[in-house]
Ligand binder design. Sequence first.
Ligand code: SF4
Length: 420
Amino acid sequence: MNAQLNFECETGNYHTFCPISCVAWLYQKIQDSFFLVIGTKTCGYFLQNALGVMIFAEPRYAMAELEESDISAQLNDYKELKRLCLQIQQNRNPSVIIWIGTCTTEIIKMDLEGMAPKLEMELQIPIVVARANGLDYAFTQGEDTVLAALVHRCTQQTHSDQNKLVLFGSISNTVANQLTLELQKQNIHVDGWLPSQNYNDLPNLGSNVYVCAVNPFLSRTATTLMRRRKCKLIGAPFPIGPDGTKQWIEKICEAFHQKPQNLIQREQQIWNQLKQYCDLLHNKSVFFMGDNLLEISLARFLIRCGMIVNEIGIPYLDKRFQASELKLLKQTCEFMQSPLPRIVEKPDNYNQIQRIHEFQPDLVITGMGLANPLESRHINTKWSVEFTFAQIHGFINARDILELVTRPLRRNEKISKFEI
Ligand code: SF4
C-alpha cells in the first residue's frame, strides 16, 4: 500500500469552544497567575457556562467586561485596565497578570500590547498579553497563544556547552512527573517545562536548548521558540497512546545521542494491558468531527487499537509541526492494513452530518452541540472535550483514553442486554 494521505479543506463552519476557555486549565497550572479576559458579556456567558462548577471555586480569572462607553472610546481604556489590575494586585497578589484579548478587542483595535508595558512599569507586576480570540483560533489554540507570549518572558540561557531539554505544553503535574520519570529511565534530564508551575520558574532558553512538545496544537509556540529564542525543536509524534509515547521518547533519545533502553518491552507491556479494550474496538469505525486539534494523534492511536477511522476533522493543521505525527499515522495504517482516513481541515458540520449518515460509523467523536441530536438518531457519540481535560499523555494514561472511547460502546452493550 503506497497511497498518500488525503487532505481536504471545507468552509470552517463547525462547532468548537472559544480559545479563551484555555484560562480554565492554565490558571490551575500556573499557580501564581491571574487571567483577565477583556471582552464582552458574550465571552463572560461562555466562560461561566463552559467551565461548569469551577466558577464557584473562586478561580484566578475574571472578565473585564467592556461596555458601550469603552467601545465608543468615551472611557479611557488605560485607566480602566489600571483600576482593574490594581484591584487584582491588592486582592490576589499574583506574580503575573495575563490579559486575554477577545474578538471585541481585535475589532475595536484596542492596543493591549501597547498598554501592557506601561502598566507593567507603573504597577511593578508582569503583564503578558495573549490574543486568544474566536476570530483567529479554535479551542486549544488558546493555550498556544498564551505559551507563545510566555516564551518572551523566559530568561536567556547563559552559555554552556551542555545541551538542555525543555518540554512545552500544559499538562497536569502528575502527568508531567510521569513523563519526566520515563525520560529519566533513559538517562535524560528534563531541565524545565513551559509553562512552569510558578511564573518565576519559567525555563531558561537559548541556542543549546532542545525543545519538544507534548501537545499537537502548539505550533505557534514551537515557531516562537525556534525563531525568537533559537531553540532546537525535536519533531516527534505526540506522547498519546503507547505507540506515540514510544516514538516521542525515541526521538528525544536520538537528539541526546542516547540508546533507548527497554522501550519496546515497555510499549508491549502497555499493549498487553489494553488487550481487552482493543478486542472491543476491533474493526469498529470512528468519525472525528474535529474541534480540539488532538484528532490526528487520537486517530492514529485508535487505528493501532484496531479501529477504522472514516474521517479526521481538524480545525487547523500545521503539516510541518505535525509532520512526524502524520508519518506515524500513515505507517500505522499500513501496519494495520487499515484504509487511510480522509483528513478534513476546517470542516463543515453540515456536510459532515451527511457523511455520517452515509458511513454509519460505530462512534462519532464530537462536541456537546451535536452529541445528543446524533444519539437520538441511534449514532453513538463521545464528547470530544473530555479528551482535553482527561489525562491522556504517556504510557500509563493510554488506558484512560480507551476508557473514554469505549464507554458509549460498553453502555450500549449493557442497555441492549437489559432490553432483551
Ligand atoms: S468567540 Fe469572541 S466573542 Fe465569542 S466568547 Fe470567544 S472571544 Fe468572546
